[in-house]
Design a protein around this ligand. Structure first.
Ligand code: BES
Ligand code: MN
Ligand code: MN
Length: 462
């Protein structure tokens, strides 16, 4: 029987070439200019699933970008694994900061990836990680090693809030019926310290607009006598945190689950160097909520961050003006039990209440989603843990992540199944940033590990 290791050895150059071809298509879901490229990527995924051995592959139309669905059902009495991933990517800008063009993938060596990493937008998030599952499926079908049923559901709107998937899932419960959901769209601690993601944060994303006078004004003639919306907006934003960096929105923390000392001590055992962390980011100190460690601040605690702020004159030279309007985009990362729609409402009420009478404010909610936690005593987690032990030679560490995949909570609600998050990227892979990359080693390690998950999940299901 052909092992996954020998299959990878024979096919790795082709595996890399196929991913490189996929990365050449700029499937930016946020920008309508790339509409055709996003659609072409869906077609490419469909073709790759057919080639990998799915019996039935469909492009499922939605109100937005299509969902690519594929399946191989070998025996209805065997368990079914549902693989989720996304074929859309983040915008590439700021484009000037890329050392090679974002949609012309190249393999370059880095300190962390001495055997090379593929540099391209989407290399790690999520085309590279999603494609590991396609290649693992190819191995299992081509060599008679598929132990159970498999379904694929790959969407094209993850980076813009998964609206169409939230529409699709409740309408296709039977089609999507499964025993476990498997996703590679997160990270791990390090190549020699594998980890399995057991939690994701929720998200509430809002945009605010502050309006002062009805037109831009001469700052000499009017300055000091009318509210400057930019000054006011900054003051309002600054007041959203107190001196301990707690968020000041009334009721914001009401439902936050406080972890026990034991759980926090357990978390603190994960290897972490604050010095390396600071060095990697070129900062002299970290910053955050009093009473919590860096790893707690970015996983088990909720946060509020301004993601963008604009208004007034930002062109060449100077212009003495008081702008009529100022804007900001603000995101709140939430933890399990916090309800994103409730938090959005609390934010809106509070933000409106702190505005001085001299301005008008408008709060527009964007998207959001609930957080997620998975216990480690289920067979999905155990199957994943055993799979990593086979290929990494060590037991992976359970770790809560700060990122969000809002659709995971919806899967649990609608499909009643747990999601296992087997991520093979590293924090240093620069997802969403210029020079995103994915280690070739990580890509092949993922392909190697996934078939063991299927094997152990099938065995433990008996
Ligand atoms: N794959 C990421 C989420 C992620 C990355 C989770 C690393 C854990 C570790 C996903 O594509 C993403 O970027 N999610 C967005 C939310 C979405 C609603 C735009 C996020 O976390 O900002
Ligand atoms: Mn992703
Ligand atoms: Mn992303």
């Amino acid at each position: 029987m052909e092992t996954i290791q020998s299959y990878i050895e024979k096919n790795k150059q082709r595996f890399i070439n196929e991913l490189v071809d996929l990365l050449k298509i700029p499937s930016i879901s946020a920008d309508p200019a790339y509409n055709q490229d996003v659609l072409n990527t869906a077609d490419a995924i469909k073709e790759s699933l057919e080639k990998a051995g799915c019996d039935k592959v469909e492009i499922c139309e939605t109100p937005g970008y299509p969902i690519v669905y594929g399946e191989k059902i070998i025996d209805p009495n065997l368990p079914t694994v549902l693989v989720y991933g996304h074929y859309d990517v983040q915008p590439a800008d700021p484009i000037d900061l890329w050392t090679s063009p974002p949609f012309e993938p190249v393999i370059k060596k880095t300190d962390i990836h001495p055997e090379g990493a593929i540099f391209a937008r989407g290399a790690c998030d999520d085309k590279g990680q999603m494609y590991m599952h396609v290649k693992a499926l190819e191995y299992m079908t081509q060599t008679g090693n598929l132990p159970c049923n498999v379904k694929f559901m790959i969407e094209g709107e993850e980076e813009v809030g998964s609206e169409s998937l939230a529409w699709f899932v409740p309408r296709n419960k039977e089609k999507l019926a499964n025993d476990v959901i498997l996703i590679s769209d997160t990270g791990m601690i390090a190549n020699d310290i594998p980890s399995i993601t057991t939690g994701l944060r929720g998200l509430s994303y809002v945009e605010v607009e502050v309006t002062g006078p009805n037109r831009d004004l001469h700052s000499g003639l009017y300055g000091g006598a009318v509210a400057n919306p930019i000054n006011v907006l900054n003051k309002m934003i600054a007041s959203l945190h107190d001196e301990n960096n707690h968020i000041t929105i009334p009721g914001f923390y009401d439902k936050v689950e406080e972890l026990s000392r034991e759980e926090r001590d357990e978390m603190a055992k994960a290897p972490f160097s604050l010095e390396d962390y600071k060095n990697a980011l070129d900062i002299d100190d970290v910053y955050g909520e009093a009473g919590y460690t860096t790893n707690e601040r970015n996983s088990i605690r909720p946060t509020l961050d301004v993601n963008g702020i604009w208004g007034g004159y930002i062109g060449e030279g100077a212009k003495t003006v008081i702008a009529s309007k100022a804007y900001a985009k603000i995101s709140m990362r939430l933890v399990p039990n916090q309800d994103w729609e409730e938090i959005t409402e609390l934010f809106k009420k509070h933000f409106e209440s702190i505005a001085p009478k001299s301005v008008k404010v408008k709060v527009t909610p964007h998207h959001g989603g609930q957080g997620y936690v998975t216990p480690i005593d289920n067979i999905g987690y155990q199957a994943a843990s055993k799979a990593y032990q086979e290929t990494f030679g060590v037991t992976p560490i359970p770790q809560r992540s700060g990122g969000s995949i809002p659709i995971v909570a919806l899967f649990e609600q609608e499909l009643k199944s747990k999601t296992i998050l087997m991520g093979f990227g590293l924090n240093s892979d620069a997802i969403h940033s210029p020079n995103e990359h994915f280690g070739v080693w990580n890509y092949l390690k993922g392909i190697e590990t996934i078939p063991y998950f299927y094997q152990y999940f099938t065995e433990l299901s008996k």
